[in-house]
Write a new protein. Structure first.
Length: 24
């Protein structure tokens, strides 16, 4: 498993959860 994949997945998850917060 590559660490980059986890890094990208973690970033996408954070952006998705932050999306509604930032939109507000």
């Amino acid at each position: 498993m590559r660490p980059m994949r986890t890094f990208w997945a973690s970033r996408a998850s954070l952006q998705r959860a932050s999306s509604p917060l930032v939109s507000r």
